[in-house]
Each structure stands twice: as structure tokens, then as C-alpha cells.
Design a protein around this ligand. Structure first.
Ligand code: F6P
Length: 325
């Protein structure tokens, strides 16, 4: 009987811990005697046939590195019917029987599309700093991204205190407020503005002014990228137009949050999930997202992982309000 051949790729926005996941998938699969191909540049690389044989040495010295050594992409071609069919053909040509994709929501959708044209096993691992995937409590990269933002905000607090200013800090999260909520609570910020809970800019200003009247000499507002109408820039514009502009400064953390060495928590999660993905393949699983809920390894149908919205803990906004008075 020929050896089982599996492929692994990273897709969409990179997330710290992806390398630890790749390492774990590769070495757990090699331990079973399987053949492993690493696909460079995500689904786009599959279309371009950028597949390399992975050995133990291919994943040496990467567990502590941010980004992904496999590189990643947001492939336009793969999103076309022709692209998906071609990707399925490549998988057949290389006699791949299972594909592990590490990525976020869009990457899981891509895997679902692919499974309509290819009957190999498909497993997704949650790799995104957004934490917005249903089927896992935490995604790979989220903990690092929150910690990176916290470190930056701790620094901003020093200058905010010294000049008695309000900093409007944007964190990532196009559609969800996971980052903004956790970062705001852990940083002791005064307000968190998230896409799920629209607040009028007039109320934001009133809260800042009330805090100032109570003797608060600095304010930190943590704004999710997706807060309407235009993230932190629109909040900053409103505040500077309706109050003394000297009081306000804007800081967009953006992609800074995606970089740097993964935290221990992300390395461990990625390592466990990578091994669990291989175990799931060995047991014949397919079409699932392998995650962890309440400390237990879980498998969630891909359709459910992408179509059911994972709710951010918006009740934490009340706690933030109480604690920041
Ligand atoms: O999906 C992860 C993420 O970092 C989002 O938070 C953000 O909106 C998006 O990627 C940014 O994408 P890009 O790197 O393509 O600018």
C-alpha cells in the first residue's frame, strides 16, 4: 500500500503561532509514516503548484517565529469557479489524500468550496488574530495580538498621562470586537467601541468629558477597526472637531498586532491543534474545524464554523464601564 500523502497550507491573514501549528502537523504526520507536502502562499500557491516535501528539518527553529514560513495569500483566482476546480486538479495530480488549512473564516469557506470538487479529507485549524471563528474558544494568534496591543497601550498611557490627553487606539477586527473588548479590559481603558454595539459619537464625547470632569487626566479609547462609520479615524475626527483638538491623539495599531513572537499560550494551542488535526485525519474525519472548547479538543462541521456567528462577550462592556469610573 502506498504511503498516505497530506498537504498543509496557511491562508488569509497571517497569525502568530501558525508556524507552531505547521510544525506540529508536519511532525505528527511524519510520526505516522505519512508523506507531507507544504504548500507555499496558501491557495494561490496550490494553483501555482508550489508544493515542497516537508521533513523534520523543514520545520526546525520555527516554533518561536511570527508570520508563517509557508507564506500566505488572499487568492482572487481561487475564489473563481475555475480556480477552485484547478486547485482540486492539482491535489489529485499530486495524489494528496488530505489537506490541512490553517486560517480564518475566508480560508474555511475556501476549503468548503474545494470539497465540492475534491473528495480528499479536509481539516481546518483556526488561525486568525480576530478570534471570530465558531467552534473554538480561542484562535491561534489571538493571545499574541491582544498582548501586542496591551504593550503598546501601556506605553501610550505614559504619554497620555504626562500630557493629559485622550488616546484613540485602533485595534484589528473588521467584523468583530473580540480584540477591542479584551484589550480594553486588560489595559484598564475607559471605553471600548466595537462593531457589534454601535454607540453615537456624541455619547463617546460626553463620556470623555464626564471622565475629565471627574478628574481623570488621561483616557484610552480602544476602537475596533470595524466600528462604524470608519473605525478610530472617524472617532478622532469627531472628537477633535467638537472639542479642543489638543486633547486628542490617534494611534492605529493595525498590522503591528499581527507580528512578533507568539506567546506561550498561542504556541501551545497551535501545537495541540496541529497534533489533533493529524489525529482527526487518522480517524477518518473530514470537513471539520478542529478547535478547543472548554479545554477539550473539538471538531465542528466547517459549514457551522463559518455560517454561525461567534458572539463577542458584549456584556463585558458593562464591566468596563463600572471598572473605568
Ligand atoms: O483577518 C485578520 C485581519 O488581521 C483582520 O483583523 C483585518 O481586518 C484584516 O486581516 C487585514 O487584512 P490585510 O492584511 O489583508 O490588510
Amino acid at each position: 500500500m502506498s504511503r498516505k500523502t497530506i498537504a498543509v497550507l496557511c491562508s488569509g491573514g497571517d497569525a502568530p503561532g501558525m508556524n507552531a501549528a505547521v510544525r506540529s502537523v508536519v511532525r505528527a504526520a511524519l510520526a505516522r509514516g505519512w508523506h507531507v507536502l507544504g504548500v507555499e502562499r496558501g491557495y494561490q500557491g496550490l494553483l501555482e503548484e508550489r508544493l515542497n516535501i516537508m521533513t523534520h528539518r523543514s520545520v526546525s527553529g520555527i516554533i518561536h517565529r511570527g508570520g508563517t514560513v509557508l507564506k500566505t495569500s488572499r487568492s482572487r483566482r481561487f475564489r473563481t469557479p475555475e480556480g477552485v476546480k484547478r486547485a482540486a486538479e492539482v491535489l489529485r495530480e499530486y495524489k494528496i489524500s488530505a489537506l490541512v488549512v490553517i486560517g480564518g473564516n475566508g480560508s474555511c469557506r475556501g476549503l468548503l468550496d474545494l470539497s465540492e470538487h475534491w473528495n480528499g479529507q479536509t481539516i481546518a485549524l483556526p488561525g486568525t488574530i480576530d478570534n471570530d471563528l465558531n467552534g473554538t474558544d480561542y484562535t491561534i494568534g489571538y493571545d499574541t495580538a491582544v498582548n501586542v496591543a496591551l504593550e503598546a497601550i501601556d506605553r501610550l498611557r505614559d504619554t497620555a498621562e504626562s500630557l493629559e490627553r485622550t488616546f484613540i487606539v485602533e485595534v484589528m477586527g473588521r467584523d468583530s470586537g473580540f480584540n477591542a473588548l479584551d484589550v480594553a479590559l486588560a489595559a484598564g481603558a475607559e471605553q471600548a467601541l466595537i462593531p457589534e454595539v454601535p454607540v453615537s459619537l456624541g455619547d463617546v464625547l460626553a463620556n470623555v468629558q464626564a471622565a475629565r470632569a471627574k478628574g481623570k487626566t488621561s483616557n484610552i479609547l480602544v476602537v475596533a477597526e470595524g466600528f462604524p462609520p470608519g473605525g478610530a479615524a472617524s472617532v478622532a475626527r469627531y472628537l477633535t472637531e467638537h472639542d479642543n483638538p489638543d486633547f486628542y491623539r490617534l494611534c492605529v495599531l493595525g498590522h503591528v498586532q499581527r507580528g512578533g513572537a507568539p506567546t506561550a499560550k498561542d504556541r501551545l494551542l497551535a501545537t495541540r491543534l496541529g497534533a489533533a488535526a493529524v489525529e482527526a485525519l487518522d480517524q477518518g474525519a473530514s470537513g471539520v474545524l478542529v478547535g478547543e472548547i472548554a479545554g477539550r479538543s473539538t471538531q465542528t462541521p466547517l459549514r457551522q464554523a463559518v455560517d454561525v456567528r461567534k458572539p463577542a462577550a458584549t456584556e463585558l462592556l458593562d464591566l468596563l464601564d463600572i471598572l473605568s469610573r
